[in-house]
Write a protein that binds this ligand. Sequence first.
Ligand code: GLY
Length: 372
Amino acid sequence: MPATRIDVQIPGEHGYDVRVGDAILAALGRECRGVQAVAQCPQLLLISDSNVAPLYLACAKDSLVGAGYKVCDITVDAGESSKSIAVAGEVWEAMALLGLGRDCAVVSLGGGVVGDLGAFVASTFMRGMPVVQVPTTLLSMVDSSVGGKTGINLAAGKNLVGTFMQPAYVCASTDVLSTLPEREWACGCGEVAKSAVIDSDDFFFWLIDNAEALRRREQAVVDEAICRCIVFKAGVVAQDKTESRGVREYLNYGHTLAHAIEALSGYGTYSHGAAVAEGMRFAAFLGTRLGLTPAELADTQGQLLDALGLARLDWRAPLSEAMECMKRDKKVRGGQLRFVLLRDVGDWALLDVDDQDVADALESFYDAAPAL
Ligand code: GLY
């Protein structure tokens, strides 16, 4: 299948291409030479992690060097612990020692952690240099590599420090997904399901019909799922690039509880997508209790998540800690918890929900779970 090029246009920003296709990593250097923001960079910093570097660093580097770029590389430890102030500090120091300037660029080769970290250091070093995203996981292809969020975690919560900076170019070479472990695959499927249910009937019912094929990684279905997610996300970000107009927040469907689960269980214990799936189930459960979400939709969503290999978690977030953690969610205003809830597929509301209602719903949600 030929590569697809999605043109992302965000008001007030440079437009950029997201290229999705088989074995396009080898063309990364040539593609970068065609991107205005990075075409003339005297030096590139290629950031990767200890899982991805042994597999794909050489291919990416050869391609960039082959296109005439001077390239240096840094490999961070794989895992959420690299999205930290300490690791960002080490990368900034290395960038300074390598003599990188504003006319250089960062290339992030990896999943969501490397993507967020690389974009964060790029957006802050010397007050900003371009970043090229080369996502290597399903999660980062369908969500985090597009839209310009950068960030690191604090002990107090996920993504609490970050910036908005759109990438210069995104290269999603889908062949690299063949080495993705099953857990990471299901993780990406969680974000695909989230996009489908908040986007439209068309995407949601397409995904229900193709859930098994996506789980089996059938190439045509994988490519279509990625492209649908990117087109959908680009449309949302175009309306609200800095999540300040009450639109982009709905990409956060399922994330309020998910972020608490990730923080309380220890980052990396459950994948982000598995936590998002649990959070989507809770949002539907809460929405049903509040009379907003039809019970049938909650059931259908649950069946879709099951079909994608995203079962209920075998862990329960302690109630008071979960409430405390959700209170630090970025959607909170004036101390009031706010949830993205569904009226229907593609029809959402951002609702203030009383603390006691949330706590009661969470308790019932856990009581309704299969025995832990
Ligand atoms: N992952 C949600 C967003 O980019 O807004």
